[in-house]
Design a protein around this ligand. Structure first.
Ligand SMILES: Cc1ncc(COP(=O)(O)O)c(C=O)c1O
Length: 201
């Protein structure tokens, strides 16, 4: 049966009473009139496949073709769109453990056969390609990682990500890298090869 509920998101959005709530990442609404921008700022326009100015600016920043950019309302929606485009019910999806819970819930919602691979505490929560190879099969359609790793903030070296890309390519799978926190605090690395999907906010 498909999972239709994320316990973590329900708790994060409705139950936390923390004064400083680090579980949500949304920006509070703010009137445009109170921002130091031109009052005539044009924020609308033709947006059949996304707002062209925004698509172009993101593409330029990431060093990719604007056709490779899909705007979403946050990383969670981007992850959902990417998974929905790449996997069918029953497809095998490999997700790191521990992981950002919503990545697992989204894959289960789409009917994926989710397998986990560990990022071990004794290994500093590093991404370990040997652990991925252990669970990879010819049925694998997607490998999902976070970078920086949520919940530990560990950064994955480019060389390791490249090795994961090669593993995925060997079975015709894609890699989804959720860079939600990476791009918030650092400069974006430019252009990646076919088979990679990056999501960030
Ligand atoms: C790894 C990861 N992915 C996705 C999200 C959710 O991002 P958004 O609020 O942009 O949907 C978060 C939020 O903290 C996150 O840490």
């Amino acid at each position: 049966m498909r999972q239709r509920h994320s316990d973590y998101m329900h708790w994060a959005k409705t139950q936390s009473r923390a004064r400083f709530n680090l579980a949500t990442s949304g920006v509070g609404s703010f009137p445009l009139a109170e921002l130091p921008v031109q009052p005539a700022l044009e924020i609308n326009g033709d947006s059949t496949y996304g707002y062209a100015h925004l698509q172009g600016a993101i593409a330029a920043k990431c060093g990719v073709d604007p056709d490779c950019v899909v705007a979403a309302a946050g990383t969670s929606m981007a992850n959902h769109l990417a998974m929905a485009a790449l996997i069918d019910p029953g497809d095998e999806v490999l997700i790191e453990h521990p992981a950002y819970e919503l990545l697992v819930s989204a894959a289960l919602f789409l009917g994926a056969d989710v397998k986990r691979f560990p990022r071990a505490e004794e290994n500093g929560y590093a991404l370990d390609t040997a652990e991925i190879r252990r669970v990879l099969t010819p049925r694998t359609k997607l490998i999902v990682v976070t970078n920086l790793h949520n919940p530990t903030s560990v950064l994955a070296p480019d060389a390791v990500l490249r090795d994961i890309g090669e593993l995925a390519r060997s079975v015709g799978a894609h890699v989804l890298v959720d860079e939600s926190t990476w791009t918030r605090f650092t400069r974006i690395r430019r252009g990646r090869r076919t088979g990679w999907v990056r999501s960030s906010s």
